[in-house]
Write a protein that binds this ligand. Sequence first.
Ligand SMILES: Nc1nc2c(ncn2[C@@H]2O[C@H](COP(=O)(O)OP(=O)(O)OP(=O)(O)O)[C@@H](O)[C@H]2O)c(=O)[nH]1
Ligand SMILES: [Mg+2]
Length: 304
Amino acid sequence: MEEQFKSGFVTVIGRPNVGKSTLVNHLIGQKVAITSKKPQTTRNRIRGIYTDESRGQIVFLDTPGMQQARNKLGEYMLTAASSSLKDADVVLWVVEPGNYIGAGEREILSRLDGVKLPVILIINKIDTVEKLKVLEHIDTYRKAFDFDEIIPVSALREQNLDDVVDTLLTYLPAGPMFYEKDEVTDQPVRQLVAEVVREKALHALNEEVPHGIAVTVERMKRRRGGSKVTDIDATVICEKESHKGIIIGKGGAMLKKIGSNARFEIERLIGHQVNLKLWVKVKKDWRDSDFLMRNFGYRKDEIG
Ligand SMILES: Nc1nc2c(ncn2[C@@H]2O[C@H](COP(=O)(O)OP(=O)(O)OP(=O)(O)O)[C@@H](O)[C@H]2O)c(=O)[nH]1
Ligand SMILES: [Mg+2]
């Protein structure tokens, strides 16, 4: 008998920085979510779509790392992550290797308690520990919760990722394709562009500055007359005047670096030349303003 086509939604949750976005990108084979070594990189719920035309379609919901909120943006991020449990068929909980379960993990465990969905534990970053240790870590987690599966992986090195896909397909219901076979995300190109700029700012800047950054794209227009150049105007928003100085850098060097790194990647993304202009604006305490957050793309009605 031919296997039925499977489809459904898989939410990817976990503490900040454990590698959720890296995992989704490598499962799909294309970058749909930005990543960085700084926690709290992902701010929205992002759909990443994996399609195997003969076996099934998996819609991953990459979510912001769960941690206590310190401002309205933090609350928004926590809602985006926790409410995804309502919209999913399967939960993928991503953790780092470890032989004890920390406070952050305990908090997530308590959220999973009432959840009726299959819960699969992913122990990520196994490239950073010895093989034998991983077995101990599996044991630690197995004692803490009745997981449907536990899969150790390295998202970065793409170890065991086929196992994740195969397992998910067994847990998903039979269903149709929700997206076209070559669609990898639901994000509009403008949003991808804004996120690439934010990623390059995260990579270039230190400490507290990146957390208060948002990026908006004001203009994105292909030049007329058969030209292959797209002009993009984007603004980096920060919280303080002193941060603005840091983002611009000496003689504009920092902004130039962020801009050229972003341009390189945006050109690959849209497949032709880009003329990227960046501005920097201060919006005091925007992370505690519903109105400003909305303007920068963090809309409560979209995550409820
Ligand atoms: N060594 C190693 N590093 C990894 C692996 N997966 C992710 N990382 C690194 O871990 C850091 C965080 O990765 P992200 O994918 O941004 O983590 P996240 O869980 O999405 O983080 P938030 O969006 O902030 O919640 C990055 O520096 C990644 O390169 C892995 O399998 N091995
Ligand atoms: Mg992320």
